[in-house]
Ligand binder design. Structure first.
Ligand code: GLU
Length: 494
């Protein structure tokens, strides 16, 4: 790592134009890790100059998303900091001033071409099979002409005066040197005719003023890198360390996720939007662990990381530029690992809302007792309701067919239930240590299999074929209720 830049000041600079997705979460996470690792700062900057694409609520969603992931920022909207404001919409004058500086130093120019003229130029370029680019008409206007046209009320934009000859070389930390022929560069617009700066200028000015040391972002910005680097150079600024992360491959293959695919994912219990993960039963610790490994690795075998581990172990040199697949099976795996890593108290608190959402009013003591027996069995937190709802039911429901196992008659099932009732009535309190040996003794003597006997008992007591371990469950439900449920099952068979 470049020691010169430690501690790092890094920024997550989303445009509030859509839902916060996995790609944004990964950028923000790496920003957070680098800042915390080096004792630097993690800055949230909202790039909201594109009014047309603005999505109401997006900024709030981003802030909540970061909070939920546990990667809160140090400076930014709502928190302030020494280099604010942190919303680009509040920095218009700053960009204008820096735009003017570039014009004065001969690195940018006023362009008066009308949209109609520009679209004609573009059409002609298309006919000639040339890539669309500005044809340079206003590149060398005289000072007098510029002044006269501005006085005349003509609209203008500010364009960057890209070099026409030679090459530009920029270094990306993951990809090494990237060289482009300058004749392929366009004179990009820096400030629009309404006085608003475009991203290219605004971001570079902000990165400079906010003393950003590393720019970590998606690889979709690689094509803009020469321009960004040239803007920094035109001002005479030291460039940040440029880091363009790998692209994400959507689960079904290459390319961006469509709206339809996102909707289908949700039906499947998955999503690429951070706002959905909590409701789908994922714990933020697992999402962080999963996302961290989509583009970074510690070694070739360690996969379980808490956020603190990641802060300790994160290293820019282990970032990987090759495409990262979104693998939801892996996420489920990490979710299970991190659920098992929670204390009983913590897990009890996290499963509660899922029971409440299904209309249960779960007792805290019972939640605490079921937490340890659920832990091993949960892929997602919402699985707990399906597995353990019976703890909070008055009675359990099932059909007679479900109660009678394959290969046994109704009468045999009734015998098993009656015997179990007798045995379980004989102990003062139900505890696994006491009842299990007694019940196993009965299985031995009866000639039925353990599967048959415990299967019947499981349906009678929990109403489910699959449940947490039977004896632990009966202990938690309590003797009275267990006997009541067995009695009810006997009555059904009668
Ligand atoms: N506003 C840009 C985006 O949302 C930021 C790119 C960057 O980090 O420079 O993609």
């Amino acid at each position: 790592m470049n020691q010169e830049f430690t501690p790092a000041r890094v920024r997550f600079a989303p445009s509030p134009t859509g839902h916060m997705h996995l790609g944004s979460a990964r950028t923000a996470l790496y920003d957070y890790l680098l800042a915390h690792k080096t004792g630097g700062q993690f800055i949230l900057r909202i790039e909201d100059t594109d009014v047309k694409r603005y999505m109401p609520g997006a900024e709030e969603e981003l802030i909540n998303g970061l909070k939920w992931l546990g990667i809160d920022y140090d400076e930014g909207p709502g928190k302030g900091g020494p280099y604010g404001p942190y919303r680009q919409s509040e920095r218009k004058e700053i960009y204008l001033e820096y735009g003017k500086k570039l014009v004065e130093s001969g690195n940018a120019y006023y362009c008066f071409c009308t949209p109609e003229r520009l679209s004609r130029v573009r059409e002609e370029q298309q006919k000639r099979k040339e890539p669309p680019h500005y044809d340079g008409t206003c590149r060398n206007l005289s000072r007098e002409e510029i002044e006269a046209r501005i006085k005349n009320g003509e609209k203008y934009v500010v364009r960057f005066k890209a070099p026409r000859e030679g090459t530009t070389t920029v270094t990306d930390l993951l990809r090494g040197e990237i060289t482009v022929e300058n004749r392929t560069l366009d004179d990009s617009i820096l400030i629009k005719s309404d006085g608003w700066a475009l991203y290219h200028l605004a971001a570079m000015v902000d990165d400079y003023l906010m003393k950003i040391t590393h720019v970590i972002r998606g690889s979709e910005w690689l094509p803009s890198l020469p321009l960004h680097s040239l803007i920094c150079r035109a001002f005479g600024w030291r460039e940040p360390v440029w880091i363009h992360l790998s692209v994400f491959l959507k689960p079904s293959g290459k390319g961006k996720m469509s709206k339809r695919e996102s909707a289908d994912l949700i039906k499947d219990g998955h999503s690429i939007f951070i706002k959905d993960f909590a409701d789908l039963g994922y714990v933020p610790e697992a999402v962080v662990n999963w996302v961290a490994l989509m583009g970074w690795s510690y070694d070739d075998h360690t996969e379980f990381f808490t956020l603190d581990d990641l802060v300790q172990k994160f290293d820019l040199n282990h970032l990987n530029p090759s495409p990262a697949a979104i693998n939801f099976t892996k996420l489920d795996h990490f979710n299970g690992l991190h659920i098992r890593n929670l204390s009983d108290e913590d897990l009890a608190g996290r499963i509660r809302p899922f029971f409440e959402a299904k209309g249960y009013q779960p007792d805290h003591q019972i939640l605490l007792k079921i937490a340890p027996i659920l832990k091993e069995r949960l892929a997602t937190l919402d699985d707990s309701v399906e597995l353990a709802g019976f703890f909070f039911e008055k009675d359990v429901k099932y059909s007679t067919e479900e109660l009678i196992p394959k290969g046994l008659t109704k009468e045999q099932t009734a015998v098993i239930l009656k015997e179990s009732l007798k045995i379980l009535s004989s102990v003062p309190v139900l505890t696994k240590e006491k009842d299990e040996p007694l019940m196993r003794e009965f299985v031995e003597k009866s000639g039925f299999s353990a599967g048959q006997v415990f299967g019947i008992l499981r349906i009678a007591v929990t109403g489910q074929r699959v449940s947490p371990p039977l004896f632990e469950s009966m202990e938690i439900i309590g003797k009275d209720k267990v006997l009541e449920r067995i009695d009810a099952a006997i009555k059904i068979l009668d």
